[in-house]
Design a binder for this molecule. Structure first.
Ligand code: A2P
Length: 279
């Protein structure tokens, strides 16, 4: 199943599977089992973060599975409290130890945390990790256009990814267009709107007509839009279903019906003001 999930080619030619297993809000003690199940189900892309406190569980699952390391794509993120040049280098080492891997496939600045003014310095440290070969691709998360402009102006590497909240009722179209125009791939977190976009009349009707679930319709919409998406679930049947989206497709009018659901329904924090240290 995994081999058929399409990949997106990032701006440095690295391939990332378009559907990944999101681990946000998975308890540390549940992470190993959920990730092992996801790997068995065919996921080859796992998304974690230092701030989730569950990198170790992801690492245990990765080491326990028989899948060659080069077939897996592992993302983790720099938490806000670790921003700064030297602190970023140290935080990366800690994440690498937590995960028990030599190379991280994608390392992201988790939030711009703009009031602290350290995201450019942090980016320059991440560029160094990239130059050293410790990470295969580097990017950001929750960056708004002015934050992106800051690192485009000061850095030498264009981020490969901007991971942002994106789902049918909160599409951030102008941010996503800006990101893509700069050669940066858009990765959707909370792709199901934390589950809130599923109980929707249009999505349910489309799902019924294809004999699939609302979540499969929403993930198929992401896939056809070209986004990378990282649905989270700890429910085995849903983990399986969320990857099983290649047996049907949405036509132009169905795509338009889902796109028309935009309603400004943000479920996570606003990056312009998000100010938690994440410790
Ligand atoms: P659970 O983990 O209990 O299965 P998002 O990825 O947008 O943040 O959404 C995650 C939320 O959506 C979780 O509450 C998760 O619940 C739920 N969810 C994930 N996959 C499905 C699915 N296929 N059907 C219904 N709910 C789902």
């Amino acid at each position: 199943m995994s081999s058929s999930i399409p990949s997106v080619t990032l701006n440095n030619s690295v391939l990332i599977p378009q559907i990944g297993f999101g681990t946000y809000q998975i308890e540390p003690d549940d992470t190993r089992a959920a990730t092992e199940f996801a790997l068995e189900a065919g996921y080859r892309h796992i998304d974690t973060a230092a701030a989730y406190g569950n990198e170790a569980g992801v690492g245990e699952a990765v080491r326990a599975c028989a899948i060659p390391r080069e077939e897996l794509f592992i993302t983790t993120k720099l938490r806000n409290a670790d921003q700064g040049y030297e602190t970023t280098l140290r935080a990366f080492e800690q994440s690498r130890r937590n995960l028990g891997v030599e190379t991280i496939d994608l390392y992201l600045i988790h939030w711009p945390y703009p009031r602290h003014g350290l995201f450019v310095e942090s980016w320059l440290a991440i560029e160094r990790l990239y130059a050293d070969g410790a990470v295969r691709a580097i990017g950001v998360s929750n960056f708004l256009p002015d934050h992106l402009e800051g690192i485009l102006a000061e850095g030498t590497v264009v981020p490969a990814i901007n991971q942002i909240e994106l789902h049918p009722t909160f599409q951030q179209t102008s941010l996503s267009d800006f990101t893509i125009q700069h050669g940066i791939a858009v990765e959707a977190y909370s792709p199901l709107g934390q589950g809130l976009d599923l109980d929707n009349r249009a999505v349910r009707a489309i799902a019924e007509s294809h004999g699939v679930t609302p979540a499969q319709v929403v993930l198929r919409w992401h896939l056809q839009r070209g986004f990378i998406a990282i649905p989270k679930s700890t429910t085995p049947a849903r983990i399986l279903a969320n990857l099983d989206i290649l047996g049907f497709s949405l036509d132009v009018s169905e795509m338009a019906l889902v796109t028309a659901l935009e309603s400004g329904n943000r479920t996570s924090a606003d990056p312009a003001t998000f100010d938690f240290s994440q410790r």
